[in-house]
Design a protein around this ligand. Structure first.
Ligand SMILES: NC(=O)c1ccc[n+]([C@@H]2O[C@H](COP(=O)([O-])OP(=O)(O)OC[C@H]3O[C@@H](n4cnc5c(N)ncnc54)[C@H](O)[C@@H]3O)[C@@H](O)[C@H]2O)c1
Length: 254
């Protein structure tokens, strides 16, 4: 898809992979809306690419509705939506302080799964109003972010793995249903990517994690994630599938 002058929306665009995706989209000529809970971070990314930014909580219906309406009035209806907003707090089911806090489990599901669905449903309803831009009748694409933890959740990742498993399972039914309106739905499941989410861990934990990646034996770069997003946008046969981006890592139990 030629992105020149087209509109794109990225959640979690204030940091890490989302920021990298926003830069890639900007470099390809798209007008980009950057959404993030962190208003300053979203603004900083948007400034780099002459985009627009909004502070929004992906899990909150009115917050995303307002940001989307504002996006549409300022730059148009997004044809590309990339959901990168997410949180990854670790907690054991049976911890030293007692059982896993139910609130924490619900927060993670709410942000990572409900938030992804909320953005998907609201953006799809607007995208469906656009004219098709491909010979097959394609109107746009929604790309979600899961994690390899959806398949090999580690000890301490009960909530995170459950939320990302939900994102994986959402992909096919969403793609099947939205096929009618020419909207593709894809998910990327990253392994270990060198973003603030990982880089704030201790150096020795980082080294131990990186050494578990068979090849290349390092963290992935946010730009490599953005490069895959760019390919997914262009390759219309990719639909309803989850792509691992992980250097062949299979997470150990802990
Ligand atoms: N870094 C990794 O190794 C890795 C691996 C697998 C999956 N992921 C997933 O990739 C996505 C991006 O992660 P990252 O590593 O770039 O993280 P990051 O922490 O650098 O960025 C995440 C961004 O999401 C925003 N955010 C959090 N909750 C939000 C909410 N409710 N509404 C709006 N914005 C919110 C944060 O403010 C932050 O700017 C996440 O979904 C994460 O779970 C990351």
């Amino acid at each position: 898809m030629d992105l020149h002058g087209k509109c794109a929306l990225v959640t979690g665009g204030g940091s890490g992979m989302g920021a990298s995706v926003a830069r890639m989209l900007g470099a390809r000529g798209a007008r980009v809306a950057v959404l993030d809970l962190n208003a300053d971070a979203a603004e900083a990314t948007a400034k780099e690419i002459a985009g627009v930014s909004f502070s929004a909580d992906v899990a909150d219906e009115s917050s995303v509705k307002a940001a989307l309406e504002e996006t549409i009035s300022q730059i148009g209806i997004p044809r590309v939506v990339v959901s990168c907003a997410g949180i990854a707090p670790a907690s054991r089911i049976l911890g030293r302080e007692g059982p896993h806090e139910l609130d924490l489990f619900q927060d993670v599901i709410n942000t990572n799964l409900v938030g992804t669905f909320n953005v998907l449903r609201l953006c799809a309803s607007k995208m469906a109003e656009l004219d098709p831009v491909t010979a097959a009748g394609g109107r746009g694409v929604i790309i979600n972010t899961a994690s390899v933890a959806a398949y090999e959740g580690q000890i301490g990742q009960a909530a995170y793995a459950s939320s990302k498993g939900g994102v994986v399972s959402l992909t096919l039914p969403a793609a099947r249903e939205l096929a009618r309106v020419g909207i593709r739905v894809m998910t990327i499941a990253p392994g270990l990517i060198g973003t603030p989410m990982l880089m704030k861990m201790d150096k020795d934990v980082q080294n131990s994690l990186a050494s578990q990646v068979p090849f290349p034996s390092r963290f992935g770069q946010p730009e490599e994630f953005a490069s895959l997003v760019s390919h997914v946008i262009d390759n219309e046969m990719l639909n309803g599938e989850v792509i691992r981006l992980d250097g062949a890592i299979r997470l150990a139990p802990k």
